[in-house]
Design a protein around this ligand. Structure first.
Ligand code: ADP
Ligand code: MG
Ligand code: ZN
Length: 548
């Protein structure tokens, strides 16, 4: 009981000091408090429950959804001389009996268990009579429908705890910081007056870059060529896109693996292991890849598409640089990404309230992309962490583009919207501003407005970007309308818009200095364009459209 946490850290893990937040969390647990700890990916959550497990008398049960990674964790603990075992569906009957016997004979200090095994009667019967000091719930956001990775079996956890003779300390760990998820964790897992720690979301060693208006394919090929000797992940939104990028890189002889939910378990396992063991350098994956993996030397994460929320984005880039070395994160953005994500929300979420929340998150992600303040500051503030200085290590801080006055153009957009009276989506507004002969525009009589055709000098794409930039800077609002045939966003004026019209405020944006040529011909690009068309046909997504 009076073993010092720092001694454990030295003795077993060989680390010299705790990281930010770890020590306070550990102290709370040792003082028998329930804890909810929210730490970024790679922040070092495992140690926060493992060290107390060793300080406290009795057994710690760790509930984790990640069957493939439990073994790594348990092997690592055993190598350090800590008695740990695991229970999940990968065990044969005889292996399972052996683990139960170890527990029976008090030969086990830490037990990793998959949540779906918690109602096994044999396990419960043996464990309930034992001295359980802590039940630690890893990836605790899985209990919440609001999280991005809901698991029904997590609902079993409170029943399991109630069946124990004596209630142990219950601790929960996640990298997901949203309020809804946090409240769900506390309520559903029935944490008793938990000490809540939200720690150090900043990952200093990650440089955050967002690249707009560039050929993604050309960029990716160049990027991979320049980083082929380092480990990196390319994230894409759909399985098809993963396959296509994978094939494109394989054809060019890069060392590449792939991962998505459409592959067999065996294939996924093999690709993952090859990547983790450095046999393969590049992983192309959907967001199905990565939860809980602990590969220290991932030097770069390239997002081929924009993720669905800032939470997802931060979690995914968090897999880079776990060893603390500088690592690079690049998000390649095109307006089509917004549409793909919208589609995924539309088909993926039924509950209207959840849908609304998800749309809001998507909008916040889009706003981040189009903002021109320090990305790190924006992200950390989003997570509720006060971070006031510019980081000088993100593409906004480092962008030396010129500040241009866009007040006049903004006034044109705003007065057009005002004249259209009812609310419309961006596409319609763009059509009117560009003087489109589209039947809908003519039928509604918009060709008679004084603002009809006043922004012909903009291309369709540039005007979309401009309107999105106005939205992300708060000069316009987006209001999501959920109707019987799905949802569509409309653009609305707000107080800021009126101030712009009245010349009370100026609209100034920093131009992206790196505006590379948009359409560079190459095979991979061709392939992806046709692929997008295919996805569009198959799934009813119009390619390259923003905001309906
Ligand atoms: P996560 O919060 O994503 O679960 P992990 O617990 O897997 O993170 O830890 C990430 C990495 O950081 C691991 O390689 C771990 O060994 C390392 N780590 C954690 N705490 C410390 C520490 N105090 N000193 C040095 N390395 C640490
Ligand atoms: Mg972890
Ligand atoms: Zn910055």
């Amino acid at each position: 009981m009076n073993i010092k946490p720092l001694d454990i850290l030295h003795k077993y893990y060989g680390y010299t000091s705790f990281r930010k937040g770890q020590e306070n969390i550990i102290t709370s647990i040792i003082n028998k408090e329930d804890v909810l700890a929210i730490m970024p990916t790679g922040g070092g959550k495992s140690i926060c429950y493992q060290v107390p497990a060793l300080c406290l008398d009795g057994i710690t049960i760790v509930i984790s959804p990640l069957i493939s990674l439990m073994k790594d964790q348990v092997d690592a603990l055993n190598t350090m001389g800590i008695k740990a075992s695991l229970i999940n569906s990968s065990l044969s009957n005889s292996e399972y009996s052996k683990v139960l016997e170890e527990i029976e004979n008090d030969e086990c200090k830490i037990i990793y268990i998959a949540p779906e095994r918690l109602d096994s009667m044999e396990f419960v019967n043996i464990i309930r009579g034992k001295n359980i000091s802590q039940v630690a719930i890893d990836e605790a956001h899985c209990v919440s429908q609001w999280g991005h990775d809901f698991r029904v079996s997590y609902k079993k956890i409170p029943y399991f705890i109630n069946r124990l003779d004596k209630r142990p300390i219950v601790t929960a760990f996640t990298a997901t910081a949203s309020n809804e998820v946090r409240e769900d964790i506390v309520n559903i897992l029935d944490l008793h007056k938990p000490a809540i720690y939200i720690t150090g979301f900043d990952r200093e060693n990650l440089s955050i870059n967002i690249v707009k208006s560039s050929s993604k394919n050309k960029y990716t090929l160049d990027y991979v060529e320049n980083h082929k000797n380092e480990s990196g992940i390319i994230y894409a939104s759909t399985r098809k896109e993963v396959e296509s990028i994978y094939e494109g890189l394989l054809k060019r002889n890069y060392s590449v693996a792939k991962y998505h939910a459409g592959l067999s378990n065996e294939a996924r396992k093999e690709y993952q292991e090859n990547f983790i063991n450095d046999d393969i350098k590049i992983m192309v994956a959907t967001n199905a890849f990565g939860m809980g993996i602990d590969k220290p030397n991932i030097r770069w994460v390239l997002h081929y598409n924009m993720p669905q929320s800032i939470e997802n984005y931060y979690q995914e880039i968090g897999r880079a640089g776990r060893d603390g070395e500088d690592s690079e994160c690049v998000l390649l953005f095109s307006p089509g990404d917004v549409h793909t994500q919208k589609y995924l929300v539309e088909v993926g979420i039924e509950n209207p309230e959840r849908k609304r929340v998800q749309y809001k998150k998507l909008q916040q992600m889009v706003d981040l992309v189009y903002s021109n303040t320090c990305y790190r500051k924006s992200i950390l503030n989003y997570f509720g962490e006060p971070f006031l200085e510019d980081c000088n290590n993100c593409s906004n801080c480092l962008n030396e583009g010129e500040v241009v006055d866009k007040t006049l153009d903004a006034q044109k957009v705003i007065s057009c919207i005002a004249r259209m009276k009812r609310s419309f989506g961006a596409t319609m507004i763009i059509d009117v501003l560009r003087g489109s002969k589209n039947k809908k525009v003519l039928d509604l009589g918009f060709d008679t407005l004084t603002t009809y055709g006043i922004m012909k000098n903009y291309s369709n794409e540039d005007l979309k970007t401009f309107i999105n930039t106005l939205v992300s800077h708060g000069f316009l609002d987006v209001v999501e309308n959920i109707g019987p045939r799905g949802s569509f966003p409309t653009i609305k004026l707000n107080e800021q818009s009126l101030k712009v019209i009245k010349q009370e405020i100026k609209v100034e944006f920093k131009e992206d200095k790196v505006t590379k040529s948009r359409y560079v011909e190459n095979e991979l690009y061709e392939m992806l364009v046709s692929l997008r068309g295919e996805i569009a046909k198959e799934e009813g997504v119009a390619p390259y459209m923003v905001f309906g």
